[in-house]
Structure formats: C-alpha cells, structure tokens
Design a binder for this molecule. Structure first.
Ligand SMILES: *Cc1c(COP(=O)(O)O)cnc(C)c1O
Length: 470
C-alpha cells in the first residue's frame, strides 16, 4: 500500500471528534445515540472503501465539517420510513409495484375515526354478543352483485386457495390449458392448485378448448369445473373457449359446481364508457357460476382483499375452513372495502370518486388540460440539460386487466441534452418524493393520467430542479 493511502487512513476523523461537532451535537437532540453511531460507522466505512479504491486522494476530502455533514445526511436517510409516497407518472393505473389502487377520499376520511378507536368489528351491537367481521360487507356485496352469499379474505390468491381447498381437496378440478395463468410472478394456477391439495385435470389445447373436452374427463372424482379469467394476456388467432353458461349447463347435468376466478372483477361495465368489455361480477353470477373470486384492489379500486361470492352452502363451508382464519381480512382493510363498496351504490358516484375508475375513464380533453397546467407551472426553462414537449401517447390499465387496451393520453416528454434519459429517470426516482417515469426511445415520459391534480406542483418543481442541475 502506498504511503499516501496509509496517511489518508490516519486522517479519517475519529468517532469521538465527530460527536463533538455542532452538527452532530444538534442531531443528538433529534436522534437516538445508537442511530447516530450507526450513521457515523456507515460513513466511515464508506470513506475507507473510497480511500482503498483510490476515489479519495486528498486530505481535504476528509475534513471534519465535510464528514459530519455526510453523517447528518446519512442519518436522515437511515431514519426515514421505508414505505414512502411516490408520484406515479408511468400511466399504468393499477401499478402493482406502486401499490395498485389508491383509495377514495371518502375512504381515507373514515380511517381516522375508525382506526384510532375501538369498533364493533366482531361485536353484535343489537344483541350484545360476539359477531362476525364478515357481516360488515356481506349485505352490501349481495346487494350490489345479486350474489346469494359473500365473504372476504386477505387477497384474491387467498380466495382461490381457500375455495379450492374447501371444495376440492383430494379430488379433481378441471381447467382449460388456455387458462393456466401466472399473475405477478408468484400466482400460478397449477401451483395454487397443488397447494390446495386438489388434483388439476387439464383439458383442451393452449388455443382451443371445447365443451366435449370437459365432458370426457368428468367422473366420480370431479369436484369442480374451474374457469380462470385471462387477466394479463389475450389469445388471438384461431382460438376457442367454452362460454361460462355452457360450462354451467354441463356442471348442472353432472351435479358439479363451476367456479370462476375473475382476477380483476369489476362491477362497472367499461363498454358503457367507450372502453373494452371486461366481464362484470354481476354477469358472471347471473350466468350461473356457483362461486366467483376477485381482487379488491384491481379494477374495483379498493384495498387489497379477496372477495368470494356465490352459493350459500359453498360460501358457508369456506367460512368454516380453518384456512380462512389464517387468511382473514384485517380491520383496516375491511373498513376501506366497506366504504369503497358503498360508493358503488350509485355508479356515477363510483366513477367520479374511486380514483382507479376515475383515471381509467378520464376524458382525453381533461388529460390535455392537466398537461397544459403542468406545462405552465414549469414555465420557461433556460437549460441545456434537456428540452421538453407535450406529446400524445397511451396509458395502460395494469394490474393484470385489459392487457390490450391502450388509453390515449397526454405525456410530458423530456428530450436528453447534457443529461441522458437514464440519468434523468434515475434522478427523478431519487427525488423527494420520488417521481416514477417511463423510458421510451431515449425519452423520459411522464404520463399525466396517473399524476394526481394535487401533485402537479411537485412534479413541476422536480422538473425545474432537474433543469438547474450541473
Ligand atoms: C390478480 C389475479 C389473482 C391474484 O389476485 P391478488 O389479489 O393479487 O392476490 C388471481 N387470479 C387472477 C386471474 C388474477 O388476475
């Protein structure tokens, strides 16, 4: 090792000396000592590594002021919460990595009053005895969908698992090869089936499944016919599927119930809003499915939850399953779900107040106006870092729903100058709050569809700060 490097190691300020600096004296009023020591050690480790690999070559990079400054920055970083709000400028409405659906304002208002105190979660106020947590959403789910019975669990993966376990453990479930989906990298129909203890009987080919394919395999071991909504992909070309009503007919003849995993599950018919048709929960039930499962936080626009609707006997059996206890829904989720469902009593209110629906149904005109407002807030920029323009483009619904649907949108495009698009994307992602954008053909794109009105000022500030960067 060179003498210079040895010398530099000796110049690293000692922990005791750092603790006496005004900066860290001040910090000791704000942070626990253990956290300050942790920050100091992290910074010192980092300095040693930098000396070792030659990034630090001069004594003045190790001054007491400079180092104590870095310690306070580190302190801020390690003490802040890990789960943080971000601005979604990707245009993907139900973005699984960014928390899927955002909750309606009305739902948020109820959090304070209900979660800060006790509630009648499992208490029957009329009779003064123990009640069931499911009662709070059962009636409204039945009212909105026409289902005979309802229950809710932690998420839709849990809903599918507990349904299969209850109805088909040790027996056979028939499913088409064209519906063996994988969602979000961890939910796969064959794997969930195995976990439930049911035996999967695949029928048909990837692109075509006929009614006779199901007919041929039905036997004494058959417990269930399963249909899975192809949430995140489409089959195109020469394809054939058995409509739910035909499957139900076949099930009836053989005394076997039909279950459909709808995935997204929406109550609103999007074709009324000029968008693609997605089967609604109500339609699926009226076609005779004995059991329907779907997510609370995809197209429904509520909290993460799994909703199970269907015939009384089946739903009662699922409620009694020990697994349901393990997969049970939390009270905060339950209150958010109840409040979201209440908005669906009037579809116009739902489309206006539930952010997921509002963003999907947003008119092109309002997107253009939002983009213009952002453009004005940014104002004229004198910078060589990048240039900006407003462009047309498309957004996605996301969350494994309507995979082919492209919603026309308005986007702010950052064209690289001194800064590359990768550098701009990363810088915006490290902003406080982080702004998550899209990289496309060497442009950084900010899709206005998923940027909330209240966030426009922050986005404008981020862009202006990026312009000032040297
Ligand atoms: C999304 C999805 C699931 C999983 O739902 P989660 O709520 O994410 O657990 C299961 N099945 C289908 C068809 C889906 O689209």
């Amino acid at each position: 090792m060179s003498n210079n490097r040895q010398g530099l190691f000796r110049e690293i300020p000692a922990v005791d000396r750092l603790l006496t600096t005004t900066r860290l004296q001040q910090a000791s009023g704000e942070y626990p000592r253990s956290l300050i020591l942790k920050a100091i050690n992290l910074v010192l480790d980092d300095l040693r590594a930098k000396i070792q690999n030659g990034e630090i070559e001069a004594q003045n990079q190790l001054g007491l002021d400079l180092v104590s400054n870095r310690v306070t920055e580190k302190l801020k970083m390690i003490s802040r919460a890990s789960l943080r709000p971000v601005i979604n400028a990707t245009g993907v409405v139900v973005h699984t990595n960014l928390g899927r659906s955002i909750l309606a304002e009305k739902v948020l208002r109820r959090f304070r009053s209900l979660s800060g105190g006790y509630s009648n979660l499992e208490y029957d106020l009329e009779r003064g005895v123990r009640g069931s947590r499911y009662t709070h959403v059962e009636d409204i789910l039945k009212e909105l969908t026409g289902a005979e019975a309802a229950m809710v669990v932690n998420n839709n993966a849990a809903a599918v698992l507990v349904s299969l376990e209850t109805l088909a453990r040790g027996r056979e479930v028939v499913v088409s090869r064209g519906q063996l989906v994988e969602i979000g990298g961890s939910f796969r129909i064959p794997d969930v089936m195995r976990k439930s203890g049911a035996r999967m009987v695949e029928v048909g080919a990837t692109n075509k499944t006929h009614l006779r394919d199901y007919e041929e395999v039905i036997g004494p071991e058959t417990a269930l016919l399963l249909k899975v909504h192809r949430s995140n992909f489409e089959l195109v070309g020469f394809t054939e599927d058995v409509p739910l009503s035909d499957l139900v007919e076949l099930g009836k003849r053989n005394g076997i119930p039909v279950m459909e995993d709808l995935g997204s599950g929406c109550f609103v018919d999007f074709s009324h809003y000029g968008l693609m048709k997605e089967p609604t929960v109500q339609e699926t039930l009226s076609q005779g499915a004995a059991l329907v499962t779907f997510s609370g936080d995809k197209l429904l626009g509520g909290p993460q939850a799994g909703i199970i609707l269907g015939q009384n006997g089946l739903v009662e059996a699922i409620k009694k399953n020990q697994l349901s206890r393990a997969l049970r829904i939390d009270k905060l989720t339950l209150l958010a779900l109840e409040e979201t469902l209440r908005l669906y009593r009037d579809e116009r209110v739902a489309v206006k107040e539930i952010p997921t629906l509002r963003m999907i149904c947003q008119s092109h005109g309002s997107l253009i106006r939002k983009a213009d407002r952002l453009f004005k807030l940014i104002g004229r920029l004198k910078t060589g870092n990048f240039s900006i323009e407003l462009v047309g483009g498309t957004s996605k619904v996301g969350g494994g729903a309507l995979p082919l649907l492209e919603l026309p949108s308005r986007l702010l495009s950052l064209i690289p100058g001194k800064l590359s698009s990768q550098a701009m994307e990363a810088w915006l992602r490290s902003y406080e709050p982080p702004v998550i954008t899209r990289l496309e053909r060497e442009r950084v794109l900010l899709d206005l569809r998923t940027v909330q009105e209240r966030e426009l000022k922050t986005v404008a500030r981020a862009i202006k700060d990026l312009a000032q960067l040297d």
